[in-house]
Design a protein around this ligand. Structure first.
Ligand SMILES: C[S@@+](CC[C@H](N)C(=O)[O-])C[C@H]1O[C@@H](n2cnc3c(N)ncnc32)[C@H](O)[C@@H]1O
Ligand SMILES: O=C(O)C(=O)C[C@]1(C(=O)O)C=C[C@@H](O)C=C1
Length: 236
């Protein structure tokens, strides 16, 4: 289904509710520049580090697209766990996983309330940005503590620039991108308003600092388009 969620005046803040979930795959493909390429790269990097029966968590798995793609591309048998607190997203995730014949343990819970035991890989694309800053640092520490030695954390985030001129230009470039994807100026402005104080982006540097402060030995940007970045963090 085509995303028309913000074609009308907003009445509330952005939520991952039934309406958003019903068009989410289209929303993501048209709202995140190079989403498919970012997903392909995350999976390629992840597969290099994985072995038979490794445990993989996707935090904020939404409709489970990434875990389904990972299982298709990785030659090993993996234990896949998807966590999300939106029932609307998880019911779609369950249907998709069944249709693709992929076994995924889907957990409906807040990310703070789950123990990510013996994880080899934790993925989290475009989800940390929705966690309040103080909670975000705590969650990243928990991710670090849950990973096995040499475990990896791959995550993507919308980012801002600490240079105000470049930041403004990045936002303008992004809105131009959205127009090329068929979103009107009205839809763009309504969604921007709905996301205010809900999606809280960090700079690329702040993201890396948060990762290193949590204990990771290395953090690298593996993909970036203007204000969207994908990182890989390694636990030694
Ligand atoms: C932008 S979407 C993630 C997209 C997904 N990773 C993908 O690439 O297809 C963010 C997801 O995080 C979930 N989420 C946000 N905050 C959460 C929390 N505190 N606990 C659990 N899930 C959360 C939302 O319900 C939503 O499905
Ligand atoms: O549309 C925007 O402004 C976005 O920031 C895109 C974005 C994201 O980065 O998570 C925002 C909300 C939806 O979850 C899908 C994509």
């Amino acid at each position: 289904m085509i995303d028309k969620v913000f074609n009308k005046s907003i009445t509330k803040q952005f939520e991952f509710d039934e309406e958003v979930a019903s068009v989410f795959d289209d929303m993501l493909n048209r709202s995140v520049p190079f989403y498919k390429e970012m997903q392909r790269l995350s999976i390629d990097f992840a597969c290099n580090f994985l072995s038979e029966n490794d445990k993989v968590y996707d935090l904020g798995c939404s409709t489970a697209s990434t875990l389904i793609e990972l299982s298709k591309h990785c030659s090993h048998n993996l234990k896949l766990i998807g966590i999300d607190n939106s029932s609307a997203m998880l019911s779609r995730a369950a249907k998709k996983a069944k249709a693709f014949g992929v076994e995924i343990d889907l957990i409906n819970a807040d990310l703070h309330d789950v123990n990510y035991e013996n994880a080899k890989l934790i993925l989290s694309n475009y989800t940390l940005q929705f966690i309040r800053p103080l909670q975000r640092e705590k969650l990243v520490k928990k991710i670090y503590d849950s990973l096995e030695d040499k475990g990896i954390f791959i995550f993507s985030e919308k980012v801002i620039s600490s240079n105000s001129t470049l930041n403004k230009q990045s936002i303008d470039e992004y809105y131009e991108f959205k127009k090329t994807q068929g979103y009107s100026e009205f839809e763009i402005s309504q969604k921007r308003e709905a996301l205010e104080n809900v999606l809280i982006p960090y700079t690329e540097e702040e993201n890396k600092k948060m990762i290193l402060d949590a204990g990771f030995s290395h953090c690298e940007t593996i993909f970036k388009w203007v204000n969207f970045a994908t990182f890989i963090a390694i636990k030694k």
